[in-house]
Write a protein that binds this ligand. Structure first.
Ligand SMILES: NC(=O)c1ccc[n+]([C@@H]2O[C@H](COP(=O)([O-])OP(=O)(O)OC[C@H]3O[C@@H](n4cnc5c(N)ncnc54)[C@H](O)[C@@H]3O)[C@@H](O)[C@H]2O)c1
Length: 452
């Protein structure tokens, strides 16, 4: 699916028309290519008085070959930053919020297109006092607004770092900082990401963060699943690509392209979980990462929706994930350090007209992740979900034109995301280095206005 409007506005005539009529001007987003430097320019690192994370962040940047710019240097209107990173953990009272203005106000125009704004804070529920929790909660308003205000493909996130465990060390934080600074997070903005406790294993090579991992991707024949299989293989994973037998040819093409294996299986078949478990046990003896991506839509308003549409959507999108998790976990095929990533949707957060079945299934996926996270933590397994917004696939190509155009533009990037944007986000959650992230729901929606 192509965005013809975005292609047009990038032509000379298109640019002129967009300027004259004040139409949306979708920026070209910086996306990741292997071997890219983490950021294409200097990073300005600031800290509120008493912050606890500036040093770990400095060490992470240094390890990535990034020299932070000096925040005390005289303001230079010519200087451009690829990222602004601010440690706000020292803010313990609303009277300290002025430090955010002090840091960001002079830099608002210094950030490059597709730049990154990252603010590090403490989860309000883990703060030492109501005053501190209030001030920390307030910061979310800043980051979400920056995401809407800066434009030109700039993203803004708040990363809540738990004060205990590994999270405040370079090991716990590194994967998240690397993901957010890089072009991998092109379509992720306005998010609050929680980095908690949990063992994180840094890779030998950050260009291959999934080296040696056995990864199952469901719904891998096309769309987001095919992009996922390719991104995960590029990052070093051995991919087991699964889809229905009817999609066998497309599935084989994906598996061949990436040197992975193909499993033709309908996830709703009663024996699907055991057949899958036997396949994984026989071929690999384990599965390090399970990505539940397969999904369907059967749209109708509730009054017109028959039971079949309702049941099939809930079964594919939610119940099959539960059945497969149960069998793989029961048979101990997901080892300590394992990862489960489920694909939800912003429809599961905001609801959507004509999609009561789909939104129910996708909200259920969020429930599944949040309820299993504490249980799986005991076994050293993390579970997270991504909630894509408007992504350019066959699924969204079926949406009627006017609704499609609205969905595509009503976000801070004024464009739809690409399957690769969802794939890169899932990849980050799957890395062995991301063990400190569990129970998160990360939207890949360009900061869509829906459900925000
Ligand atoms: N495209 C979007 O904008 C968007 C937005 C939010 C969420 N999502 C979610 O992302 C995921 C992928 O979406 P997509 O746009 O790539 O969809 P798609 O329709 O292009 O691909 C889905 C794949 O899942 C497979 N599948 C369906 N039922 C299956 C079953 N019973 N067993 C095995 N495989 C099955 C299909 O054959 C297909 O290859 C879905 O869960 C979808 O709900 C997509």
């Amino acid at each position: 699916m192509t965005d013809r409007y975005a292609s047009f506005v990038r032509t000379g005539a298109g640019r002129a028309l967009v300027k004259r009529l004040g139409l949306p001007d979708p920026p070209r987003l910086r996306r990741h290519t292997p071997g890219d430097p983490l950021v294409p320019g200097p990073v300005l690192l600031g800290s509120a008085t008493g912050g606890r994370l500036a040093e770990p962040v400095r060490a992470i940047l240094a390890a990535a070959g990034v020299e932070p710019a000096d925040p005390a240097a005289a303001p230079d209107p010519e200087r451009r930053h690829a990222a602004l990173v601010y440690d706000a953990t020292g803010i313990t009272d609303s009277t300290g919020l002025g430090q955010l203005h002090e840091f960001f106000h002079p830099q608002a125009r210094s950030i490059m297109p597709s730049g990154r704004v990252i603010v590090l804070g403490t989860p309000p529920e883990e703060c030492g006092s109501p005053r501190e929790a209030t001030a920390q909660r307030a910061i979310e308003g800043l980051t979400r607004s920056i995401g809407k205000e800066f434009g030109r493909g700039v993203t803004a996130q708040l990363v809540h770092v738990t004060p205990n465990g590994d999270a405040g060390t370079t090991t716990g934080l590194e994967s998240t900082l690397r993901f957010l600074l890089s072009g991998r997070s092109a379509y992720v903005s306005g998010q609050v990401i929680r980095v908690g406790a949990g063992a994180a294993e840094p890779p030998a090579d950050w260009n291959r963060p999934l080296d040696g991992q056995v990864v199952l991707v469901t719904g891998a024949a096309r769309g987001i699943g095919a992009a996922l299989a390719k991104v995960l293989a590029r990052d070093g994973a051995q991919v087991v690509a699964l889809d229905v037998p009817a999609a066998g040819d497309e599935l084989a093409a994906v598996a061949n392209e990436i040197g992975g294996s193909a499993v033709q299986l309908d996830l709703t078949a009663p024996d699907a979980p055991t057949r899958l478990a036997e396949h994984l046990a026989g071929r690999h003896g384990r599965v390090d990462v399970v990505v539940h991506n397969a999904g369907i839509t059967r749209d109708k308003t509730l009054g017109r929706m028959d039971a079949d549409r309702w049941n099939s959507v809930v079964d594919v999108n939610l119940s099959s994930q539960e059945r497969i998790n149960d069998v793989l976990l029961e048979r101990k095929l997901v080892p300590a350090g394992g990862r489960i990533v489920s694909v939800s949707s912003i429809a599961g957060i905001a609801g959507n007209r004509g999609q009561t079945n789909y939104a129910t299934s996708k909200a259920g996926v969020i429930g599944l992740v949040q309820s299993l996270a504490p249980v799986l933590r005991e076994r050293g397994i993390s579970i997270n979900a991504v909630a894509p917004g408007f992504i350019e696939t066959r699924m969204t190509a079926r949406i009627p034109l006017v609704v499609r155009e609205a969905g595509r533009r009503m976000n801070s990037m004024t464009q739809g995301g690409l399957p690769v944007d969802v794939a890169e986000t899932i990849g980050w959650l799957a890395w062995p280095a991301s063990g400190a992230i569990s129970g998160n729901i990360v939207r890949v929606c360009g900061q869509s206005l829906l459900g925000a």
